[in-house]
Design a binder for this molecule. Structure first.
Ligand SMILES: *Cc1c(COP(=O)(O)O)cnc(C)c1O
Length: 357
């Protein structure tokens, strides 16, 4: 018996059926070549077309102006933690510390120059987004993590500053509109909201490059990837093909504003149930709640029931809601491909479980 699964994994995570079906078909026969996507040259015209169309769709969906270039890179978002300062940090950069991923980015940046951590929410286990801070105007950039995948917080109001922004958007890219003009760099690993792991999107402001004094190895140099049309070396072809399918599916859904509307609806359904249910509580400041990663625990007096609820949910096909070890409890990730009906299966399970207690 194959029960329908409701996939709440934080990453790698749910992809649309459209993405999985079309990618599987291309693994069998790619673009009518009679060959698998896995065994053709990345420089053949069929794959070059995929690579270019995917970049063009990123541009269209996020309204990326001509001032910025889009490249697909390897190495995950974690490589961007060093690649960003390598290319952009001359003397000093400002960072906002909102969780595990931002603190990793801070650690790497310190290899390249002075790093000013303008604020941190570590004092309360990263359960909120700091808002009272100043960014020195002489910073080369101000780095933010727009959505904190592990702790379930999200920056809902992008900080006003004269300093250009650099953002890790790995877990909320394409979930809401972005004003790209404010950013020197946006980067995002694919495996949260786009494609299988293996490709990272970088959206780079062209005139932010070429300002650092150090030599940059070619593979870590955004300009080299831009000059080579995102084909400096063999790109991760399968994740890029899958990304193209997801991007087409996003366009079909009505683009990013339509996705944002659905994301707000889905998150509201789940947060409303967490707030109503006497067994559960959210773990973050209400105004900073993430629409992508919903973290919640059971109240202390019910804490020992957490594993029982996990099993109860699993019996209904709910997969991947175990919280990250640094928060505990539960985390339900509601990325773009997550249907509202799966969120309702989860809230129904929470209601039914409450009645058994
Ligand atoms: C998952 C994640 C990362 C790490 O991505 P990798 O591709 O594994 O390097 C970085 N930042 C954020 C916000 C993430 O969610």
């Amino acid at each position: 018996m194959n029960m329908k699964k409701h996939n709440f994994y934080a990453g790698p995570s749910i992809l649309s059926e459209y993405t999985i079906k079309n990618t599987a078909a291309a693994v069998e026969d790619f673009a009518g070549t009679g060959l698998s996507l896995l065994e053709v040259s990345h420089r053949g015209k069929e794959f070059v077309a995929v690579n270019n169309e995917a970049r063009a769709l990123v541009r269209e969906l996020l309204d990326v102006p001509d001032t910025h270039e889009i490249v697909f890179l390897g190495g995950g978002a974690s490589l961007q933690f060093c690649m960003a300062p390598y290319n952009l940090l001359n003397l000093k950069a400002a960072y906002l510390d909102t969780g595990t991923w931002s603190s990793k980015a801070i650690k790497e940046a310190r290899l390249f120059g002075e790093v000013e951590v303008v604020a941190s929410s570590k004092d309360r286990n990263y359960s909120y987004i700091p808002k009272d801070y100043a960014v020195s105007p002489d910073s080369d950039y101000f780095h933010i993590t727009t959505n904190n995948t592990i702790f379930g917080t999200e920056i809902h109001t992008i900080p006003e500053t004269s300093v250009p922004l650099v953002a890790d958007m790995s877990s909320d890219i394409f979930s809401r509109p972005v004003d790209v003009t404010k950013y020197s760099l946006i980067y995002a690993g694919a495996q949260k909201n786009l494609a299988p792991a293996g490709v990272t999107i970088a959206i780079v402001r062209k005139d932010a490059l070429g300002k650092v004094n150090r030599p940059i190895p070619s593979m870590l140099n955004y300009q080299i990837h831009i000059d080579n049309d995102s084909m400096f070396n063999t790109p991760p072809v399968l994740p890029i093909y899958a990304a193209l399918q997801t991007l087409k599916w996003y366009r079909e859904q009505g683009g990013v504003p339509a996705l944002q509307k659905k994301n707000i609806e889905k998150a509201t359904i789940l947060y409303d149930e967490i707030d109503r249910n006497r067994l559960f509580r959210g773990t973050t400041a209400v105004e900073d709640r993430s629409l992508m990663n919903v973290c919640f625990v059971m109240y202390d007096e019910y804490r020992e029931l957490e594993s029982a609820f996990g099993e109860y949910a699993a019996s209904r096909g709910i997969v991947g809601i175990k919280g990250h070890r640094s928060v505990g409890g539960f985390r339900a990730s509601l990325y773009n491909a997550m249907p509202r009906s799966s969120v309702e299966v989860l809230t129904e399970a929470m209601q039914a479980f409450e009645k058994t207690i």
